[in-house]
Design a protein around this ligand. Structure first.
Ligand SMILES: [Zn+2]
Length: 293
């Protein structure tokens, strides 16, 4: 958990942010769009069924519930800022294993799904693309949007990793163990522009998990630090080229050294700042500073 605080310190120290926007926690009404209302109520009352608590992998205490609602509010705010300004990044989020009927894999609420529904409901976005490059499949997001044509879910992940039973995204790319920079980036560059052209999103949620890194405790891929930065920059620039707003969220990153993990997560923000400063297709919405939550 210490990585979030460490990330904030890095971003402040490096001066990438003009300031942090503070979200309000997601409401039950917002969460009920992505989750069974009975589950949402149980989280807030700390009465989640033991079987679901086991699936989540941590006790659903009052503090955990508060944190999950705040992180989800953060992704909603990130989406709003992205639509206002073109680009925004959260310093949390990416709880992609949480599905309609309950959380899983350390994820209590699915922040991206909740934020996507909020933007669709407010008619702020009409076509949404989820680019999930966390090393684990975005199974919760895939299940939530299985019947939702306005949201296209793309997950590129390690084949032999959690969850053992994969869901069906609109596009899944399962990578063999040990995949390294060249093969990974080659595939991404072959796939991503086509997704933008086919789905024509006005809003993109990018789950920039750093667990594909070679030193990650839970990943099984072999991306370098430079490879992850190239990946983040490519996704942000591709969204910009296609004039889609991009909301970036952290996703996973695991290991003993919290500062090292936070430093990898900071690369999303560094890539966003670089793309902002050097983009080749300026548009009026890009005139303000990037904001981070
Ligand atoms: Zn992960």
């Amino acid at each position: 958990m210490g990585k979030y605080k460490a990330l904030k310190a890095i971003l402040e120290q490096e001066g990438y942010c003009s300031g942090f926007a503070e979200p309000t926690p997601a409401t039950a009404a917002q969460l009920n769009r992505a989750h069974d209302p009975a589950y949402v109520e149980a989280v807030f009352a700390q009465t989640v069924a033991p079987a679901i608590v086991r699936r989540i992998g941590l006790p659903v205490t009052e503090a955990v519930a508060r944190r999950a609602a705040a992180a989800t509010g953060g992704t909603i705010k990130t989406a709003e800022l992205a639509l206002d300004h073109g680009l925004a990044c959260n310093t949390a989020g990416g709880s992609h294993h949480a599905a309609w009927d309950g959380g899983a894999g350390f994820c209590v609420f699915n922040d991206v799904a909740t934020a996507a529904y909020a933007m669709l409901d407010q008619r702020r976005a009409s076509r949404i693309l989820v680019v999930d490059l966390d090393v684990h499949q975005g199974d919760g997001t895939a299940k939530i949007f299985a019947e939702e044509p306005a949201v296209f879910t793309f997950s590129m992940h390690a084949e032999k990793n959690y969850p053992s039973r994969k869901a069906v995204s609109d596009l899944d790319v399962a990578l063999p163990c040990g995949t390294s920079d060249e093969a990974y980036l080659g595939l991404l560059k072959a796939i991503l522009p086509q997704l933008f052209e086919q789905h024509r999103p006005d809003l993109v949620f990018y789950i920039a998990g750093v667990d594909p890194h070679e030193d990650d405790a839970l990943g099984r891929l072999r991306l370098s630090r430079e490879g992850l930065f190239a990946r983040d920059l490519y996704v942000v620039e591709t969204a910009r080229t296609h004039r889609a707003a991009l909301a970036g969220v952290l996703g996973g990153g695991y290991g003993q050294d919290e500062k090292a993990i936070a430093d990898l997560h900071a690369q999303l923000h560094r890539a966003a700042a670089q793309a902002w400063a050097t983009g080749s297709t300026p548009s009026p919405v890009w005139n303000m500073h990037p904001l981070s939550i």
